[in-house]
Design a protein around this ligand. Sequence first.
Ligand code: PHE
Length: 379
Amino acid sequence: MRITRFAAVVLALSLPVQSAFAADGKILVGVIGSLTGAEATFGQSTRNGVELAASELNAKGGVKGKTFELKVYDDQGKPEEAATAMTRLVAQDKVSLVIGEVASSRSLAMAPIAEANKVPMITPSSTNPRVTKEGGKVRQYVFRVCFIDPFQGTVMAKFAKNDLKLSKMAILRDVGNDYSMGLAQYFTEKFKALGGSIIADESYKAGDQDFKAQLTALKGKKPEAIYVPGYYTDVALIARQARELNMNQPMLGGDGWDSSKLYEIGGSAMDGHYFSNHYSTDDPSPAIQNFVKKYKAKYGEMPDALAALAYDALFIAADAMGRGGDAGGDALRRALAATKGYKGVTGVITIDGDHNAVKPAVVLKIAGRAPHYAATVRP
Ligand code: PHE
């Protein structure tokens, strides 16, 4: 037993250590996202953001003379497909780095594979704490460039209590979704701590078409507002059905609402609702306005937060590759962990000890089928 183990260690150490910089002049980066399905805009925006970043970085010569090449996989919004794609990127394509996923449940399926194979993974936008830290242990190879849900839940709870002066709220959550369950919990804890009460808590499953039973139950309890920490397709249907039931309370949500489809599917039923997000395109800062201009020119639409975070993710990786000794592996993860004060589109990014980015959040109010800046909340 001991001898076998010793032999295995020697074998691993005697393999030539391949520097990604030493490869054929390219730095191969994997991207995994939901390019199809009910969360298709999540994956599409992420791919667009990474592509824009890669083309800009490559136009300037890449990193240390090596340019970026992307390998993009569609996981159709399924955690098991995300895990399969991750294994393929690591074992077959031999990428230096993986960018993805958006949804926390899918990043949670990928993270153990990144860790076991020592391939750095940056999720641009998964906000559930467990993605980078499971059972009190930080995953050495997993990072994110966004804030986490204990903060995001706090942001909306404070906004509800202090700005909207609400004290009796209800929750409608997606039971199969780690993000939704976490955010509902963090929101509840903070709203109660601020003196508010949660008078009803209902649930649904992603892909449900009819939410009238849950909405009718909520309506009977007369909440002043409803917190719906879900993804855009379900949320838009929920908002429409709430209006059909003559429920006119505001709905509040999180970053999972961020999609142009929210307004397409929800129409005017989205008006008057609020959600927390990573940035606002209303922000006049040159970093944001420059990015918006370039993105619109390339893709013909406004960049959502996912596009901006994905763009920042590749730039942060390039910065770390430039500082560290290699484009992948241990050197890259060390350099990523040491990221401090990086000026991204979505804010100044410093990676903390749990591999999270500590950044402010914005609250957006929906009117006329578009989100509008309402407030900024700092950590
Ligand atoms: N934060 C969400 C999650 O973890 C994903 C998301 C981020 C969706 C940003 C939209 C915009 O599941």
